[in-house]
Write a protein that binds this ligand. Structure first.
Ligand code: ADP
Length: 404
């Protein structure tokens, strides 16, 4: 029997899952998969460690309207059948918001769940689903140790100035600060940087996590110094459906001048803006890239212009730039987006090797570039597996020392 950690990364309409051997640094997932379309038409897919597709079984037949409470027990049952030689000893979850106190992963307890529930208004698209998944595992396997791994923790190394808004102190004290997100992805990239950059890994690096949600993080000594997302995951870069940074006067005008309700405004900001809003076609970069519509091109150009401006601003926080890392769906796969962003940064000495960029190679900067430009695939699930191993083994050690 191999002891394994189950990793669950639950979004608003999808659930990514993976099994990793319970080791400090497992090399590959024993199995990984996804259930997309939760709440509408769920679609299941999974692959083993040889990348072979695994079949859905009778018990896993998901129907329209299946919720996480139905899906998680069915998934746990499916995992038991498909990995007969595997003993799940803990579950690690992605939890988007850990507030200002959690600087690392935490063992799940009732008190922790209550605390994390208070943060739901700060991450309404993700936090409720993250917590629902933990509770669903708890009902099916009540004694299984669970660990919450926060997207905000990685940024708690930032100086106070980088976390402040220019608001009255009472609001800062009430927790209205810049938290930052995508920390599990940045943590993974930070752990891989020495492999790709050698000694430069500890220099001035800006990581660009460009997926459906998008943000950037400026790092020194592989620690977060500043990031583009703030109080919520709405801030910073233009995204698939979110507008990113916006003049707050626009919001006041929409509410008072155009009589929008707060619900309508929330929907506009989280669901109808960004690539989707500007193009009027799709939130999906690959679809926009293949569209002949001028609105699609304008949306891509705005995305890249805004990303380049944000990247240049982040350089101020680390006193210059030695390397850029592109990651996530768009960052790893879109040569066009990387080229358009880097074209805006030519004045800083950023230059791409066009062929390497087209082939999505790891090093895509040219030999004349003063900045290394890299493409490094992210792996948030691996970060969660390692963190879960750390927390649960410490727990076991603590129990043992109490017994002795
Ligand atoms: P999420 O934030 O949902 O995890 P991902 O990191 O999976 O998002 O990124 C999804 C985005 O990546 C989509 O906009 C998708 O179109 C884009 N993407 C994936 N592959 C390509 C590609 N080959 N070319 C351009 N964009 C791509």
């Amino acid at each position: 029997m191999t002891d394994a950690i189950l990793v669950l990364n639950v979004g608003s309409s999808s659930l990514k899952f993976a099994l990793y051997a319970d080791e400090a640094t497992p090399s590959v997932a024993l199995l990984r998969g996804k259930i997309a379309g939760i709440g509408s038409h769920p679609i299941f897919s999974a692959r083993d460690d040889h990348n072979l597709a695994l079949q859905q079984t009778e018990g896993m037949r998901l129907t329209t309207g299946s919720t996480l409470d139905d899906i998680i027990p069915a998934l746990l049952d499916w995992l038991k059948r498909h990995r007969g030689g595997v003993n799940i000893i803990a579950a690690g979850h992605r939890v988007v918001h850990g507030g200002r106190n959690h600087t690392g992963p935490a063992k799940v307890t009732e008190a922790l769940l209550d605390e994390l529930a208070t943060l739901v208004p700060l991450a309404p698209l993700h936090q409720p689903h993250n917590l629902q998944a933990i509770r669903a595992v708890c009902s099916f396997l009540p004694t299984l140790p669970q660990v919450a791994c926060f997207d905000t923790s990685f940024h708690r190394t930032q100086d106070r100035l980088a976390q402040l808004f220019a608001l009255p102190r009472t609001l800062t004290d009430a927790g209205i600060i810049r938290y930052g997100f995508h920390g599990l992805s940045y943590d993974y990239i930070a752990s891989r940087l020495p492999h790709y950059l050698g000694a430069k890994a500890d220099a001035r690096v800006v990581m660009a996590h460009l997926g459906n949600g998008a943000s950037m993080c400026a790092m020194k000594a592989r620690q977060s110094v500043a990031t583009s997302m703030g109080f919520t995951a709405l801030d910073g870069l233009m995204m698939g459906q979110r507008c990113g940074s916006i003049d707050p006067g626009v919001l006041l005008y929409l509410l008072d001048g155009l009589d929008m309700t707060t619900q309508e405004l929330k929907h506009l900001l989280y669901e109808e803006s960004g690539l989707l809003g500007v193009s009027g076609i799709s939130n999906d970069m690959a679809i926009l890239q293949s569209s002949p519509a001028p609105e699609a091109l304008e949306a891509i150009e705005l995305f890249c212009y805004r990303a380049a401006c944000e990247l240049a601003a982040l350089c101020t926080t680390i006193g210059g730039l030695d390397a850029i890392v592109f990651t996530a769906g768009i960052g790893e796969n879109s040569a066009l987006v990387r080229r358009l962003i880097c074209d805006h940064l030519a004045w800083m000495g950023v230059a791409l090797d066009g062929h390497a960029n087209e082939r999505n190679e790891h090093q895509i900067s040219s030999t004349t570039s003063t900045v290394d430009v890299m493409v490094i695939p992210t792996n948030e699930e691996m970060t969660i597996a390692c963190a879960t191993h750390r927390v649960t083994t410490q727990q076991v050690k603590r129990c043992r020392s109490q017994v002795q």
